[in-house]
Design a binder for this molecule. Structure first.
Ligand SMILES: Nc1nc2c(ncn2[C@@H]2O[C@H](COP(=O)(O)OP(=O)(O)OP(=O)(O)O)[C@@H](O)[C@H]2O)c(=O)[nH]1
Ligand SMILES: [Mg+2]
Ligand SMILES: [Zn+2]
Length: 322
């Protein structure tokens, strides 16, 4: 049989099936060659594998039929969003973790939060920001469900993150407030929506593009432990050349591949101070002459952000490097 290689982009992954959208707008269900797997050897020679391909990857695949193909090459990524994979039972050493790629070749990340149900969680938000900054991904912050915010608690958070330099969108997906601005910033880009379960990612996308029909959870469902309404990430083209990716909610996030000495660089408002610390190995905790700590004391860096920094610093541990 004649081989026919086609280029396309992975738009959805379901267990071992990779759905690839080719430039002629047709989707093929592809499998992945074994060489694209990340292998972690467990005790007793058990293996844990994680696939390397992700949503957003440009790939070359070999067309086998009008519906099916095999992925032969994955193109180099412009960037990608990742986190540490959940702890594997029996992994070689404590703390060693694989990298789980969420999506690749992203122009815009929208970190979705809500003021209530679930409550706004700035620690969580800061961890996601660190993941994105370490991958050089453009960060936008969405604060959703302001229809439930009787005491306007969103205002202080909006101020904090705007002062740092981030785009902050204040919205309500149920009454449509603020959605126009979000929609305007998506054009001609690959946009990913990421955040905790139940904050309203799918609802926001459906409100902006009513024909999409992403799955949305019931109020009673998402508060139950372990409940995720969206179970697999998915990329859709919503207008010519404008893509959005809905993702399953996350319960926790450990950014991958971050060294203690680099962490300060991913808190972007710390950067102007980093080179004024007395020691160039400063971790901005206990060292004398620390310019970051001084800036916190002078209220130039918010105490909330500094506490997020400290909590992340404590949880940085070894990654598996391949
Ligand atoms: N009051 C209010 N409820 C909202 C708003 N946006 C979403 N919801 C509700 O929040 C619940 C969860 O919404 P989803 O869109 O499924 O949340 P998700 O972030 O996609 O959740 P996962 O797919 O589990 O990650 C649903 O019951 C929505 O109706 C909002 O702006 N205001
Ligand atoms: Mg969802
Ligand atoms: Zn310092």
């Amino acid at each position: 049989m004649l081989e026919s290689i086609i280029r396309g982009r992975i738009v959805k992954i379901e267990s071992k099936d990779y759905y690839v959208l080719c430039e002629k707008n047709h989707v093929y269900r592809c499998s992945l060659r074994g060489k694209f797997k990340n292998v972690l050897r467990h005790k007793k020679d058990k293996l844990l594998t994680l696939d390397i391909a992700s949503i957003g990857d440009w790939v070359d695949f070999n067309k086998i039929s009008t519906e099916v193909g095999v992925i032969e090459e994955i193109e180099e990524r412009k960037n990608y969003l990742s986190r540490k994979a959940l702890k594997a039972r029996g992994s070689l050493k404590r703390g060693e973790r694989l990298e789980q790629i969420i999506a690749s070749n992203i122009d815009n990340l929208f970190i979705v939060t809500s003021v209530k149900l679930p409550n706004f969680n700035n620690r969580f938000l800061d961890r996601v920001i660190v993941s994105a900054e370490s991958s050089k991904i453009n960060v936008n912050i969405v604060i959703n469900k302001i229809d439930l915010d009787e005491r306007n608690i969103y205002k202080e958070w909006e101020q904090l993150y705007t002062d740092i330099g981030y785009n902050v969108f204040i919205i309500s997906a149920v009454n449509g407030k603020g959605l126009d601005k979000v929609k305007d910033s998506l054009k001609n880009k690959v946009n990913i929506f990421w955040g905790q379960s139940g904050v309203g990612k799918s609802t926001i996308l459906n409100s902006m593009f009513p024909n999409l029909e992403f799955d949305v959870g019931e109020i009673s469902e998402f508060s139950q432990k372990g409940m995720h309404t969206t179970v697999t990430g998915e990329m859709r083209e919503v207008e010519k050349n404008t893509f959005i990716i809905d993702t399953p909610g996350i319960r926790g996030i450990d950014p991958y591949g971050i060294k203690e000495e680099d962490l300060g660089h991913y808190f972007i408002e710390f950067i102007p101070y980093l080179y004024d610390c007395k020691f160039n190995t400063c971790t901005h905790t206990h060292e004398p002459g620390c310019a970051v700590v001084n800036a916190v004391e002078d209220c130039k860096i918010s105490i909330e952000r500094y506490e997020s920094y400290l909590s992340l610093l404590e949880t940085i541990e070894d990654d598996m490097i391949y």
